[in-house]
Write a protein that binds this ligand. Structure first.
Ligand code: NAD
Ligand code: FE2
Length: 382
């Protein structure tokens, strides 16, 4: 038996933030990163809470790729605040932190009444506002731990595209490619179903039409709104279908070399598509292809890339990923990122490959990888 539901209430469209004036709580704790506070963006939240007579405090000690230590600090803040609602505003790092903080606070002090959680994304990328995942970094062991439990799901998500207009172009590029990776991996996941496929197809269609527009013009409101919705659709898709090897490998690049999550995914995409399809530039047409390979061809067609035959169509899809990266000035290899030396990178490959194989996302990849396959894929990235 399969099951599909959307537990998070989603408020979206113009003035979606006005939902905050209607919430039925007396005390809120806002969880965000320092940018959101220093830039004044947090006033979008506090002004509405004040209108509604809701008392608020801020915890802004969130850092990208949230480490376990920062979650502990957040847990203390939550237990001290006695807030009835946690409002997290920020990118995936802030939202993931709030999800983990609420979870751990409940475990440490079971007598503490579980607060509600409202997630307000300020990047169009992770879809974390509607997923039961939270990705935490174990700094000591240099790995990312994707926590997965329905209890992590936010109660409400508010999608207001005004908040993403300040996102710098490089973050728009990284997070936009994360949206595409979520949609694509969930679409070919061994756990996909018709519901996740419908959500993923729409997210792919929107990303194909609007990501580049968002990147080129921060104030293209229409494109920004579309990408903000696509991010959420892709989140809903992978929340039910899960992801694949692309994310399993990207998590290790983030944990070891602090490569932004979406950038790591983008870099891997063309390699994973060709690996999963078992094609490369020497491939000849076969008489039959597995379902996930035909699905890649469907994605290529959705992006307007229909080509001569299935091999050329799938190669067109992997070329499209690289085309997008070039158009958005993204680095095309690890060496271009200047995050480590060649020796440092290659020295980490065996442990990254082991960790990627064990990563929860890898389980639903349509091709079962070996540790050697993963090492080879990491080598191709340099
Ligand atoms: N929970 C999930 O389902 C899920 C899915 C994918 C990724 N993730 C995790 O999410 C994290 C990445 O999240 P992200 O890609 O949104 O990046 P992020 O939250 O780390 O933010 C990236 C940078 O952009 C800045 N920023 C955010 N919003 C901004 C705005 N509106 N204007 C200007 N600057 C802004 C932040 O301050 C930060 O410096 C990673 O830890 C990743 O592992 C979680
Ligand atoms: Fe992701």
């Amino acid at each position: 038996m399969k099951h599909f539901d959307i537990k998070t209430q989603i408020y979206f469209g113009e003035n979606a933030l006005d939902r905050l004036s209607e919430i039925p709580y007396k005390k809120a704790l806002i969880i965000s990163d320092p940018y959101v506070v220093k830039s004044g963006m947090v006033h979008h939240v506090t002004s509405r809470l004040e209108q509604a007579g809701i008392e608020w405090e801020i915890f802004d000690d969130v850092v990208p790729d949230p480490p376990i230590e920062k979650i502990s600090v957040g847990v203390q803040a939550v237990l001290k605040s006695h807030a009835e609602v946690l409002i997290t505003i920020g990118g995936g790092s802030a939202i993931d932190s709030a999800k983990a903080i609420r979870e751990v606070a409940g475990q440490i002090d079971p007598s503490y009444p579980r607060p509600s959680l409202i997630a307000i994304p300020t990047t169009s990328g992770t879809g974390s506002e509607v997923t039961s995942f939270s990705v935490i970094t174990d700094t000591k062991n240099q790995t990312k731990i994707p926590l997965a439990n329905d209890s992590l799901l936010p109660d409400e998500a508010i999608l207001d595209a005004e908040l993403v207009k300040t996102v710098p172009p490089n973050v728009t590029a990284d997070t936009g490619m994360d949206v595409f990776t979520h949609a694509l991996e969930s679409y070919v996941s061994t756990n996909n179903n018709e519901f996740s496929a419908a959500l993923a197809e729409k997210a792919i269609e929107i990303t194909g039409s609007f990501l580049l527009r968002s990147y080129l013009d921060n104030n293209d409101t229409h494109a920004r709104q579309k990408m903000h919705v696509a991010s959420c659709l892709a989140g809903l898709a992978f929340n039910t279908a899960s992801l694949g090897l692309n994310h399993g490998m990207a998590h290790q690049l983030g944990a070891n070399f602090h490569i932004p999550h979406g950038r790591a995914n983008a870099l891997l995409l063309p390699h994973i598509i060709e690996y999963n399809s078992e094609i490369d530039k020497y491939s000849r047409l076969k008489t039959d292809y597995p379902k996930h390979v035909r699905k890649y061809a469907t994605v290529a067609r959705t992006l307007g890339l229909q080509n001569f035959n299935i091999v050329t169509t799938i190669r067109a899809l992997s070329n499209w990923c690289q085309f997008m990266m070039k158009e958005m000035d993204m680095p095309l290899s690890i060496s271009e990122m200047n995050v480590c030396t060649e020796e440092e990178y290659f020295a980490q490959i065996p442990s990254m490959a082991e960790a990627a194989l064990k990563d929860a996302c890898t389980k639903t990849n349509p091709r079962v990888p070996t540790v050697k396959d993963i090492e080879m894929l990491y080598m191709q990235l340099w």
